[in-house]
Design a protein around this ligand. Structure first.
Ligand SMILES: Nc1ncnc2c1ncn2[C@@H]1O[C@H](COP(=O)(O)OP(=O)(O)OP(=O)(O)O)[C@@H](O)[C@H]1O
Length: 276
């Protein structure tokens, strides 16, 4: 699966977006520069910053006011079917009580929304499913019930469900949170490869070093507002980390030149015994 796309989707344009829960806004009049297909964007920021809320607005799970357009479509008003043809969302975790096998979960995802080119036969659908599992490195789990998987395996199965429809925009909510070091790199390099094939991929990440290594651009959110945006080397600074996370941190290039974040302690010395 996932040859380069015939046509890159048009950009994502977010202007004046206000969104939240029960009259409590979380995102405040959010405006971003155009986000173009072909890029892997990491959405980072402290707990409660509004990162998942932004992904949920794009996925149609939370309502918003303002303007959100992707590939010419008004994402605040498109039908669920039109959205599903373009956008796939991987939540933080799949439910734990699903008795379907990993492969049947993929077939269900394929059935749930038509894709282009369409899946013609069950054999075609199975081949696509297996190809995705192989790309993620979990083909050996194809016949396992989802409920028998470990947390990390379930996260990889969730990623497979999101990418099997080959969406033009892929939204990944903390896709590496349950993964070991090797699988973190597998998933991040896959996210970047899928983007460079012509998709827009947005990943919510907490690990800033991972984000800086594998994303083309960072968007730093705090309090529902953009605090910084740009190439990782430009967006990540000690001053910013101190201000939004309250930590003493250094941003230093690793031997490959990518920025890595080293945290020396919390600025207010909370939990000093652990942090220092
Ligand atoms: N379903 C909900 N109902 C009400 N409030 C919610 C709901 N989901 C999130 N919130 C609130 O919205 C705010 C932003 O939450 P969100 O999940 O977008 O943050 P986040 O940046 O993804 O955080 P984290 O890094 O902790 O996952 C939080 O204050 C949270 O309490």
């Amino acid at each position: 699966m996932s040859a380069p796309r015939d046509r890159s989707a048009g950009p994502l344009e977010i202007r004046g977006l206000t969104a939240g829960y029960r009259h409590r806004p979380v995102l405040h009049d959010l405006t971003l520069p155009l986000l173009h297909a072909g890029q892997h964007i990491a959405l980072v920021g402290p707990n409660g910053a509004g990162k998942s809320t932004l992904l949920r607005v794009l996925a149609g799970l939370v309502e918003g006011r303002g303007s959100v357009r992707f590939d010419g479509f008004d994402l605040l008003r498109v039908s669920a079917m039109q959205r599903a043809q373009r956008v796939a969302f991987m939540p933080q975790s799949l439910p734990q009580d699903v008795t379907l096998s990993v492969l049947d979960g993929l077939l269900g995802a394929l059935k749930a929304s038509p894709m282009s080119p369409p899946v013609e036969t069950m054999e075609d659908a199975q081949q696509r499913g297996i190809a995705v599992l192989e790309r993620i490195g979990i083909a050996h789990l194809a016949l396992q019930p989802l409920q028998h998987l470990s947390g990390g395996e379930r996260q990889l199965a969730g990623l497979a469900q999101a990418i099997v429809r080959e969406p033009a925009m892929l939204l990944l909510d903390e896709p590496t949170s349950a993964l070991d070091l090797r699988h973190q790199v597998t998933v991040m390099s896959l996210a970047r490869a899928l983007a460079h094939e012509g998709r827009l991929v947005i990943s919510v990440l907490h690990d800033l070093t991972l984000a800086a290594r594998w994303a083309d651009q960072l968007i730093v959110l705090d309090g529902g507002r953009v605090q910084a945006m740009g190439a990782p080397t430009a967006a990540l600074t000690s001053t910013l980390l101190s201000r939004i996370y309250g930590v003493d941190a250094r941003v230093e290039p690793c031997s490959f030149g990518y920025p890595q974040v080293i945290v020396d302690g919390t600025r207010d010395r909370v939990g000093e015994g652990d942090a220092r």
